[in-house]
Design a protein around this ligand. Structure first.
Ligand code: F3S
Length: 426
């Protein structure tokens, strides 16, 4: 793999042993991928602070330097970790102190995470603590090379922002944060960014639920490739594209899609396929829509709902406001909890706007930093949950062994208030 002088100097230790270990990791990673060179990144979104038993042991043995060396650099050496070389943020992690009496989540995890935040904050990691860094000011430019983890964020960065990132891992983002480099392969290269599958929509898609179901369908069709969507769709907003992308990355492994006339690299159908003839379209009509809905609801049998989960990916201010409006003047069923997940920075806006107070007055909770899937935590005794997120409906039954209902925001709030699932496809 070609290395420029700057990269060779880092490899040879000119910037210290930790940077040399990071460069060594990137070279091994790039060679395994047949990457011809590294590319410069100035935007890394990874995870350093997420608590785990392994991390706790490493911190006991050698502090946070040791934990970063082993987990984020794949190195057994004694390394002193310098400040991040390029802007780096922490994605979602565990719950924080303010969730202590709400979420059944170990106190030692909260303490370990607080210690991690202090260490990494001093080393230049921005603790955004959300799976949606693009909602809280971390917005890479079109064409900008990045090193991001988190499938729902990666697909948003590539498709909606036109930035360039593969779905990176804990070690590759750790190495990128200390070097400002990542192997230049996959989504970083022009020739790999074109559409591969054409999905023609024959049923109106114009709301949050339908964009999620279409995304789930698109992921099933395209797998790890690049679907191109045309047909009877409305112009989506941020929340709908957030839901669409998260669902496509869940049912498949989609990291990039195009919607001609809407997403930035596809001004028209021809451009979405890089000038090549589009493949035969796959139809998404009423029958396909119903099949997706039934798949997402196949685990639900009991109509008694213990738990309602909203905000996956983390909610926008608009989603928080809508939830507060639906809960205004209502009271949750005594047997049901409702958690709405949001970035902490947006929770602050919700606090100041009075939305949090309205939500809490109804007995629901606005929570930050994490989510039940990430932290493997739900209200004690939960057997059945309802959600408006295709991603959570897909994952949470397997992670927590509970039943799921998937529906609209209105149906989910109704379930929280009545304790019963009354949803259905219209
Ligand atoms: Fe975010 Fe958790 Fe969903 S990390 S994308 S809210 S599964």
């Amino acid at each position: 793999m070609f290395l420029n002088d700057d990269e060779k100097a880092m490899r040879d230790g000119a910037e210290g042993a930790a940077v040399a270990a990071a460069m060594d990791l990137l070279i091994r990673y790039g060679q395994a991928l047949d990457a011809e060179r590294l590319c410069d990144v100035r935007n890394v979104a990874g995870t350093m602070t997420q608590p785990s038993p392994v991390k706790a042991r490493l911190v006991r043995e050698g502090g946070w330097d040791k934990a970063f060396a082993v987990i984020n650099l794949d190195s057994d050496e004694d390394l002193e970790i310098p400040s991040m070389r390029v802007p780096t943020c922490q994605l979602q992690h565990g719950f924080g102190q303010d969730a202590l009496d709400i979420v059944p989540y170990p106190k030692q995890n909260i303490e370990l995470q607080a210690s991690a935040e202090s260490f990494y904050g001093r080393h230049g990691v921005n603790i955004l603590a959300t799976c949606t860094p693009y909602q809280v000011g971390n917005l890479p430019m079109r064409g900008e090379h990045c090193a991001w983890m988190e499938s729902s964020a990666v697909i948003y960065a590539n498709s909606v922002l036109g930035a360039r990132t593969n779905c990176e891992g804990i070690a590759s983002t750790g190495a990128a944060s200390l070097t400002g480099k990542i192997p230049c392969w996959g989504n970083h290269r022009d020739e790999n960014r074109h559409g591969t599958h054409h999905i023609e929509v024959n049923v109106r898609v114009d709301n949050f639920q339908d964009w999620g179901m279409l995304g789930y369908f698109a992921g099933g069709v395209a797998g790890e490739d690049h679907p191109v969507i045309t047909g009877d769709i409305s112009r989506p907003d941020l929340t709908e594209l957030k839901h669409f992308g998260a669902a496509a990355a869940t049912s498949g492994g989609v990291e990039l899609y195009h919607i001609p006339g809407i997403t930035p690299e596809a001004p028209a159908l021809g451009a979405a396929f890089g000038g090549r003839r589009p493949p035969q379209p796959v139809g998404y009509g009423p029958a396909e829509r119903r099949a997706v809905y039934e798949t997402l609801n196949e685990i639900g049998t009991s109509g008694d709902v213990d738990f309602v989960l909203l905000g996956c990916p983390h909610a926008s201010v608009d989603q928080i406001r809508k939830t507060a409006a639906l809960l205004d003047g209502k009271r949750l069923s005594a047997s049901t909890e409702l958690w709405l997940m949001a970035p902490r920075a947006l929770k602050d806006i919700a606090d100041r706007s009075g939305y949090t107070e309205t939500i809490e007055r109804a007995g629901a909770r606005l929570l930050a930093d994490s989510c039940p899937a990430m932290s493997r935590a739900a209200p004690k005794g939960t057997k059945v949950f309802a959600t408006d997120s295709a991603k959570q409906a897909h994952y949470l039954p397997a992670i927590l062994g509970i039943e799921a209902w998937f529906g609209t925001l209105e149906e989910c709030v109704d379930a929280a208030v009545t304790g019963r699932w009354n949803g259905g496809l219209t």
